[in-house]
Structure formats: structure tokens, C-alpha cells
Design a protein around this ligand. Structure first.
Ligand SMILES: Nc1ncnc2c1ncn2[C@@H]1O[C@H](COP(=O)(O)OP(=O)(O)O)[C@@H](O)[C@H]1O
Ligand SMILES: [Mg+2]
Length: 255
């Protein structure tokens, strides 16, 4: 029985001159891994920021666990978490200290024990005493993911989780996410520019272009609908100046 944990209706965000998100609607089911895709500037990060209550929508509604964002922000934020390679912890402090500080934000009992257990899962137990600045990018990514699991989130928002990683580290992160999704029935809402990764991880994808949803479905169904690889679809999308590549009309553009 599908159980939506995220429901977004007619969501819109306008900055001074830019329509960043232009009236999008979608749902995400419990336990689903949803790939939120689109070229740079499509509106992905802006959407995530609204889902997390960091930005106020210009219009539209967001419901998470049946609660309304931003009205029930406190309740929702206790039950979700977020990770991005572009958010950093204070560099000078040891990893353990940083993680304890984050634990306090969520009032987690027995934080040290919890951190140690998660550190085993993420293969970073040997790094807890190191100063954060001394970690490699792969190590930092795993510590950032660990941080996102401190409050046992039911939904994890990940903005380009593997963007700064070498292929091996990225593969480790993907395997971890799949494992944790299976074990915990976790819902994962993530963005990525790596179409192979998307095919491997996503149960369903949503393609965003200039703030609008222009394709949605399983990776396979979107591929079939557009008659090429996801990578080709993505490139065509990014290069199209005004309209997205003919998704539903079958109309051929003149050369
Ligand atoms: N704080 C902001 N002020 C003005 N424009 C913004 C702001 N944040 C994002 N934008 C614009 O909104 C559009 C969508 O950006 P973003 O959501 O970051 O895209 P993506 O994450 O898909 O690359 C872009 O044109 C970007 O320049
Ligand atoms: Mg972004």
C-alpha cells in the first residue's frame, strides 16, 4: 500500500528576477529512493531548501508526514535530515566533537555511543579523534553521511551526495545508502548529475527543467519514453534553449 511521506502541490519560488521553481507537484512514497534530476539552475537545490523549511515558497503547499511545511517545521525537522558536500563542519575541531555538537541539536541520548555505532557502519571509527580538516574528501563524505543519520531520519535529503568523490568513494557511499535504505525502510530524496548512479540507485526519477517537471517515472520508463540513454536525454535537455526536448508530443524540430 503506497504511503506518501512527501506531497508537494503547485510549488513555486520566485527570486527577484528568476522563477527558480515554477509550479511543481509530486509525491514521494515511504521507502522510495527518488532521484531529483536536472541541469544546473533547474531548481533542485531551491526545492530541497523549501522542503527543509530553509526557504519560504512564493506559493504552493508542502506536506511531509501529513504535516505542513513551514508551519510544522519543528516536528518535521526532528524526523528528517540533510547532507550535502557543500556544507562543512568546523574544520579545526575533532570529528567526534563536531558530531557531538550536532547530536545536541537533536537532543540525542547517549550520543557518544550512538556516534561510535554509526562510525562502525560508515567505516570511520578510526577517524573520530582526527581534526576534521585532515580528512580526505571520501572520508569527509562518509562523516557527513554519518551526521545525517544521528537522529535516525525517516527521510534523508541528499544534494549531490557523491559530487566531490572519486569513483571508489562514490561507490562506497552508494552501497551504504542502498544498504541503509533496505535495513531501515528509509526514504531518500537526492540529486545527482551521474546518470549511471541514478540508474543504480533510484526507484523513480523526476526531471526538472527551468523550474518545471518535464519527465517522471522509473529510470527505465523515462529512458524508453525518450528513446535514448538517460545521459543523452540529460544532455539534450541542458542544451535546449527554450523548450525541453519533445517529451510527449513526438514533434520533430526543424534543423
Ligand atoms: N538566493 C537566490 N537568489 C536569487 N536567485 C537564486 C537564489 N538561489 C537560486 N537562485 C536561482 O534559481 C535558479 C535555480 O537554482 P538552483 O535551485 O540552485 O538550481 P540547481 O540546484 O538545480 O542547480 C537559478 O537560476 C539560480 O541562479
Ligand atoms: Mg543545486
Amino acid at each position: 500500500m503506497p504511503e506518501p511521506v512527501i506531497e508537494v502541490r503547485d510549488l513555486r519560488k520566485v527570486f527577484a528576477k528568476t522563477v527558480a521553481v515554477d509550479g511543481i507537484s509530486f509525491s514521494v512514497q515511504k521507502g522510495e529512493i527518488l532521484g531529483f534530476l536536472g541541469p544546473n539552475g533547474a531548481g533542485k537545490t531551491t526545492t530541497i531548501a523549501m522542503l527543509l523549511g530553509l526557504l519560504t515558497p512564493t506559493s504552493g503547499t508542502i506536506s511531509i508526514f501529513g504535516k505542513s511545511m513551514p508551519k510544522d517545521r519543528q516536528h518535521i525537522l526532528q524526523r528528517v535530515n540533510f547532507s550535502s558536500p557543500y556544507t562543512n563542519m568546523p574544520y579545526g575541531l575533532p570529528v567526534m566533537t563536531n558530531l557531538k555538537i550536532f547530536s545536541r541539536l537533536y537532543t540525542i541520548p547517549n550520543a557518544a555511543q550512538k556516534i561510535s555505532a554509526l562510525a562502525e557502519t560508515f567505516g570511520v571509527a578510526h577517524l573520530l579523534k582526527r581534526r576534521t580538516m585532515t580528512l580526505s574528501s571520501g572520508e569527509t563524505a562518509r562523516v557527513n553521511l554519518l551526521k545525517a543519520f544521528l537522529n535516525d531520519p525517516e527521510i534523508l535529503f541528499l544534494d549531490e551526495p557523491t559530487a566531490s568523490l572519486d569513483p571508489e568513494a562514490a561507490d562506497t557511499v552508494r552501497s551504504l545508502l542502498l544498504k541503509l535504505q533496505k535495513e531501515r525502510g528509509l526514504t531518500i530524496f537526492y540529486t545527482s548529475h551521474n546518470m549511471q548512479e541514478v540508474e543504480r540507485l533510484s526507484h523513480r526519477i523526476i526531471f526538472l527543467h527551468r523550474g518545471k517537471v518535464i519527465a517522471e517515472g522509473t529510470p527505465e520508463s523515462v529512458r524508453k519514453q525518450h528513446g535514448g540513454s538517460l545521459e543523452e536525454f540529460f544532455i539534450a535537455l541542458a542544451r535546449s534553449e527554450t523548450t525541453p526536448p519533445a517529451a510527449h508530443s513526438g514533434h520533430e524540430e526543424a534543423p
